[in-house]
Design a protein around this ligand. Sequence first.
Ligand SMILES: [Cu+2]
Length: 428
Amino acid sequence: MIMNRRQMLIGLSAAALPQPIRAEGSRVILRPTKVDMVVEGRLIEMIGFNNSVPGPEIRVGRNETLSARLENTLEEGTMIHWHGIRLPNAMDGVNVLTQDAVIPGGSFDYRFAVPDAGTFWYHSHYLSLDQVSRGMFGPLIVEELDPPEVDQDITIQLFDILTDAEGNFDRTFHTSHYTTEGRLGDVMMAFSSSYQTRVGERLRLRVINPSVDRVFKITLQGMSGVVVALDGMPLVAPQLLGDMVLAPGQRVDVIGDVDADVLVLESSSVEPLLLAKISATGSRDKRNAAITPLPPNGLPQPGRITQSVGLVMQGGAGGKPHGGFGSWAFNDVSGLPRAPLLSAQRGETILMQLRNDTAFPHGIHLHGHHFWETDERRAPTVLRDTTLVEAGETKEILCVFDNPGAWLIHCHMLSHQEDGMATWLQVA
Ligand SMILES: [Cu+2]
């Protein structure tokens, strides 16, 4: 569903997304193709998996094996990264570090077990600023063995598109895209897997931000409930639903009861924008059962800290000079250095100090693992795979590096990643 600012305020028309694909026991085929989308009344040429932007929602049960073949019918290389999944390194879909690009006409078989239930997503990790902005992403939902009782389990994907003066997809790149917040689109949107509900229904909303650079601030109206998971990982204590800030790559799971039409609002500016409306028609008896925490995924708890590593974000407009060749750098290096940022023995707990020495926020994403955010006493708080570090802010995270391989850590503002904000680490 695409709307411009005016349409968003006066009414919404829902476009049907493809039916979810169940992945147990059969191979999923993902084929990127050209897709025409209607944006502000004009056809825009995008690229989507299986003729759809977003790509089909893949659903699979926890501990099952996901088997997916990427068939590249594009005239350019590509590959798929499975964001947030703790998978074998060779399946991670990262250019150079874990695989070569799948060439036009080529294919690649991804096959891995999914150890954690939760809300994940997949996207191109090749020329990703360009390919993700053109639509190469989709949800990957790993279902609990005993899912919470809800009337609907709805996926909401936030996105934006940059258009030019004629309203066509703008593929030109300006220096300012790389040195500021990124290549923000002028048309914001949300794709919901359902647009109908009833007063009294209990909904699970899985909100995903696959946009390339935009930090969304989302307010939900018309329902009351709790946040039950962040980046796919259940919260021990669900948090009362309030404004939700999602950096690119992040996810928030909400369970709540419907009081009226459910409005998904972007509330960064004074005048909130309506991104999606799930209309309440009719009603059902409200559920009396309390909303309980989701079952934990059982990730290892942090142990004694054996290494402390600093990661300093540098560069951008107004930033101090640094030693890297790009607009952005980590620790004075732009792009992947020959030596890893850190080498960990399997099972080590490492403290990483993420220091944002720039004038812009960054969403730092670690591959192959989740990590703990910490409080002032360095006690672990919540598990994430992507954390938003505001301008001037320093965050300390704790990670148990128990997944062997060469793993990328980068800014998920893909303009920043492309212009230097990426490095890697080695787990033996
Ligand atoms: Cu960044």
